[in-house]
Ligand binder design. Sequence first.
Ligand code: ADP
Length: 274
Amino acid sequence: MSEECTHECGSCSENCSERDMHKKPHELSNIKRVIGVVSGKGGVGKSLTTALLAVTAQRNGLRTAVMDADITGPSIPKMFGISEKASGTEMGILPVISKTGVEIMSMNVLLDNDCDPVIWRGPVIAGTVLQFWTDVIWNDVDYMFVDMPPGTGDVPLSVYQSLPLDGIVVVTTPQELVSMIVKKAVNMAEKMNIPVLGIVENMSYVKCPDCGKVIEIFGKSRADALAKELGVENVAKIPFDNALTTCSDRGLIELFEGDYFQSFFEKLEKSVGE
Ligand code: ADP
């Protein structure tokens, strides 16, 4: 405990012995692994990565869930083509189940209208995310992927403190790697003793459909250098692939045929213990 301790654990990032901040999930939930998917800034493909990791886990025969903690910019239901709303019982809220059986909870399955904005202050948003953990009946889940809002605000802080995360996956793009923003996100997780399990360099290249030549449209890949700097071994380089845009825009991400995340996911499984 620091000498300046205010005993306000909820707004403090110190990792001291006094702290047991992990919230209990709903009593009917049984969640084995929880992995956060984070990025320094928006638009780098964090939600797409979350969706593809969930699809990969589900294809590997694991019971999979996605918690969409991006409350003000939820994109997970759209990628999975979910239009129905969450239901509830006296016991708690039930997640929506995707076509292949992925359990999903998102602000957009609670709002009457998908386009309604959520105009709430940070602590209320963070409280809602915690309710996604405590009040949702997640059943038996082998892997839960948490799609975090970008950056280092209230929600990442609450999730790092309150959920028993096995680690995070950091999503970035070649351009973003030159900035310090992604390192801020990584440093925040490290300060809170959350391991970085892998780095995803999204839109890393395009492959010419005619000759197969790899073109690094956003500049030279820097994922390996960053991974080395951070001591992370698991790196995935995902191309810009029009089929991905089409599948995610049409709600057909579960039908995407590529397996960009298979070996990345296998290494992830090894690092968290199968
Ligand atoms: P973020 O969650 O970081 O804000 P998204 O995952 O929502 O970003 O991605 C933003 C948009 O870019 C989406 O329409 C998504 O389908 C598209 N996109 C992301 N990565 C790729 C990729 N590798 N190839 C093609 N489209 C992509």
